[in-house]
Design a protein around this ligand. Structure first.
Ligand code: CA
Length: 478
């Protein structure tokens, strides 16, 4: 999808991109006259040779979008740990969505597998991580984003090529102009291809004559398979395995240093469950995402094709792991066999939403409850921790904080999600600094979330005669 040269070290997956775009710093002032002058120059430049003047004028933006420049220069305040990254990308919900998608598209996936030689679950793994099985495509108008990036700040030459390619896609009639929305950087559709990747690798699989990666699932899935095949995918091979290192063994994580399976057997490595290593990988490299004390993997060429989708090993591991869980059709346990070396593991998107809702209800302005832990949510967590003497007040949204904010007051018979909703609801009612009582703050809580959804339950905020604001469940006869 994304050009490796651009994305390396800049960002990782679609989810993170959304966080970046919504959390961008103050947007710069961009001169529209300079922008229009730049577009006049581009229109006649060699990079836009394949784009007709009428196409160019038809989709020419009337003003630049400064927010994409903020996103381009955004520096995350926190570095995400690999376990945080994996737990939000490979959670129960996504595995279940993947199993459903596999059943729904089984005929198409079978045809794709026979034409491109790519295993159905590997295609599904990419689809799930890239666009949440077609649910998260990005909403930024592509022409505005790419034109702005073509005329301001860093990497203009790269973005000019992508802007020209985006115009060609519409000019060819593959995709409707109104469907050309995506990430701030121009990745779009269910495969989140950049326009250049689209022109190189998109295919029409449903036979209507258009390569529509926005509206056609068969086109999107086949284009993903074509991408993997063209990047060197080996039919019939697994991506790799979780393995166990012999005690005292040390080697650097180096996915590219591929060795035979006999080599790794001789070194004493086994599968993570202790079984002998199989011989169905032609060669494999060792991947240690969190050092020697965390989960270890032997990865083959197919893992590298996942990597080439977004130039991030953690991202490729998310695709690999999701595809394994979809293959097993088991969403009950999304962890690896070896635990991550941390006492504060990551949380699912649902748990992230629960935390955000609890913070919102407690009067913290975290923006939308989207399950994406960005700078605003981290800042609110930090303040929440500081106000309650929780040490360290580091703003980290892990299992520890989830348990702290959810407290431990489960009602006995309720299902798990309702239990956590009740726990959070009770906690807010008792501990919220801004939701409790004082006159000066009376306007704030009622305007923030008149009815709030926590887990599967809905709550209404109500001020009692004692002046204390409480959350009252509204889906149980009030
Ligand atoms: Ca088509």
């Amino acid at each position: 999808m994304k050009s490796a040269f651009f994305y390396q070290g800049v960002m990782a997956a679609a989810g993170l991109m959304l966080a970046v775009s919504s959390q961008a710093a103050d947007a710069p002032n961009l001169s529209n006259s300079a922008f229009q002058q730049c577009l006049n120059t581009l229109k006649n430049s060699s990079q836009f040779r394949g784009v007709s003047a009428s196409t160019f004028e038809r989709y020419r933006p009337s003003a630049p979008d400064p927010s994409v420049i903020s996103s381009l220069n955004y520096q995350p305040e926190f570095q995400k740990d690999v376990w945080d990254y994996l737990s939000s990308l490979v959670d129960k919900e996504r595995v279940e969505d993947g199993i459903r998608a596999k059943r729904q598209w089984s005929d198409v996936l079978r045809q794709i597998e026979s034409r491109y030689g790519v295993k159905a679950e590997h295609v599904l793994g990419v689809w799930g991580v890239e666009s949440n099985f077609g649910q998260t495509l990005g909403k930024k108008p592509l022409f505005e984003s790419l034109a702005t990036l073509s005329c301001f700040d860093r990497r203009q030459s790269y973005f000019r090529g992508e802007f020209a390619n985006a115009l060609k896609i519409v000019q060819n009639g593959d995709i409707n102009a109104s469907d050309m929305t995506g990430s701030w950087a121009g990745a779009f559709g269910q495969t989140q291809f950049m326009p250049s990747t689209f022109l190189e690798l998109a295919v029409d699989f449903d036979g209507d004559g258009r390569r529509d990666l926005v509206n056609s699932v068969p086109d999107a899935l086949a284009s993903t398979a074509n991408f993997l095949a063209k990047r060197g995918y080996r039919s019939g091979e697994p991506w790799g395995y979780e393995v166990k290192l012999p005690s005292g063994y040390w080697a650097a994580s180096n996915r590219k240093d591929k060795k035979s399976m006999s080599h790794w057997r001789d070194q004493g490595l086994t599968l993570a469950n202790g079984s002998p290593l199989p011989y169905d990988l032609s060669s494999a490299g060792l991947l240690l995402p969190a050092g020697k004390d965390g989960p270890a993997f032997l990865v083959g060429k197919n893992f590298d094709t996942f990597y080439s989708y977004n130039a991030s090993e953690n991202y490729a591991l998310a695709i690999a792991h999701l595809s394994d869980l979809i293959t097993r059709e088991d969403s009950s346990k999304t962890d690896f066999i070896t635990a991550w070396p941390t006492d504060d593991p990551g949380i699912s998107r649902q748990e992230a939403k629960d935390i955000q809702q609890a913070l919102l209800n407690a009067g913290y302005d975290i923006g939308a409850v989207d399950g994406i832990i960005g700078d605003n949510t981290r800042k609110a967590i930090k303040e929440y921790q500081a106000s309650r003497g929780i040490f360290p007040a580091d703003g980290r949204a892990g299992k520890k904080f989830y348990n702290q904010i959810a407290a431990n007051r489960a009602t006995s018979q309720a299902p798990a999600s309702a239990q956590s909703a009740d726990r959070i609801g009770q906690l807010i009612q008792q501990q919220s600094p801004k939701a409790s009582s004082t006159q000066t703050q009376s306007a704030a809580p009622t305007t923030i979330a008149p009815t709030a959804r926590i887990g599967n339950a809905r709550y209404r905020r109500e001020r009692g005669t004692d002046g204390v604001v409480r959350l009252v469940r509204v889906d149980e006869g009030q």
